[in-house]
Design a protein around this ligand. Structure first.
Ligand SMILES: [Zn+2]
Length: 285
């Protein structure tokens, strides 16, 4: 654990230095907001065109054409899902969890967007519905759907426990991408990236600012819904932590499947939707 014992005396102006006012790095209102009214009208016309069941402690891939919607749905019990997204036509463009966190917040909900990696940096998907939107921030400072955790992985598990576990979300996502694209595990692994932790309930402890998790409030029937701004390849892992209320990287927790549903709207309603191009910045050298 970090040792924050002060090894040097505070300067005489320590109070003054600490009293500067925080400034939001990327203030609200500086991003062009998605037209949620139009998306709400479009989602009234949804027709289901695909479904994938993700087994417990496993992963599955799915595709979503640009202009379609998809949902991650809890179906049998409280279960957290780790989501990866790629440009279906270019795996080098993938979800950028850190920039999404900086642009929006530590946890996402309706109106927030999932941004892609540099140099593309454009919205890959926009969140259009969240049945857990009521949760907000609880007394522990926790929220749901975080972009602060990375994904459980066998390397950290080995580091911390000395043991090997083969169904971490990282491995599940690697296998899902591997089977979707006919790659070996080793070819797929570098494409797997930090996730959106769908349904996961997390925060930072107030005293030590450490990342914590608590049992997810998700129940069967809850879902998080996205609008695909580009052609998407997705992969979802049903985390071995189940509701992530106690443990992960083991077979101890109760674990349930998740469902991914893909929907086509009445495309006439979105015929002139401003689908995003890759970011236009070009370095002069
Ligand atoms: Zn996990």
């Amino acid at each position: 654990m970090t040792d924050r014992t002060p090894f040097a005396a505070e300067p005489t102006d320590a109070v003054e230095r600490r009293s500067t006012k925080p400034v939001v790095v990327y203030p609200n209102g500086t991003l062009v907001a998605p037209d949620l009214d139009r998306l709400r009208k479009a989602r009234e016309t949804l027709e289901k065109v695909g479904e994938v069941i993700v087994p417990p402690r496993d992963g599955r891939a799915f595709t979503v054409p640009k202009g379609h919607f998809f949902r991650v749905v809890g179906i049998e019990g409280p279960q957290v899902g780790d989501l990866n997204l790629w440009n279906a036509n270019d795996l080098n463009e993938r979800f950028f969890s850190g920039k999404t966190r900086a642009l929006h917040a530590t946890h996402l909900s309706v109106g927030d967007r999932l941004w892609s990696t540099l140099p593309s940096l454009r919205p890959m998907a926009t969140i259009t519905h969240d049945t857990l939107g009521w949760y907000g921030w609880d007394d522990d400072g926790a929220g749901v759907h975080d972009v602060i955790g990375t994904r459980c992985d066998p390397y950290t598990n080995r580091l911390l426990s000395g043991g090997d576990y083969h169904n971490c979300c990282h491995s599940n996502l690697c296998r899902a991408l591997s089977s979707a694209r006919g790659m070996s595990f080793g070819e797929a692994e570098p494409h797997v990236h930090d996730v959106l932790n769908v349904f996961m309930c997390t925060g930072f402890t107030k005293d030590t600012h450490q990342y914590f998790m608590k049992a997810s409030p998700v129940r069967p029937g809850d879902y998080l819904e996205f609008f695909a701004e580009i052609d998407l390849l997705g992969a979802l892992s049903a985390c071995p932590g189940g509701d992530c209320g106690r443990s992960h990287s083991s077979d101890v927790a109760a674990c349930y499947p998740l469902k991914v549903e893909v929907f086509r709207p009445d495309t006439d309603l979105l015929s002139d939707w401003p689908f995003p191009d890759r970011n236009g910045y070009v370095s002069p050298v």
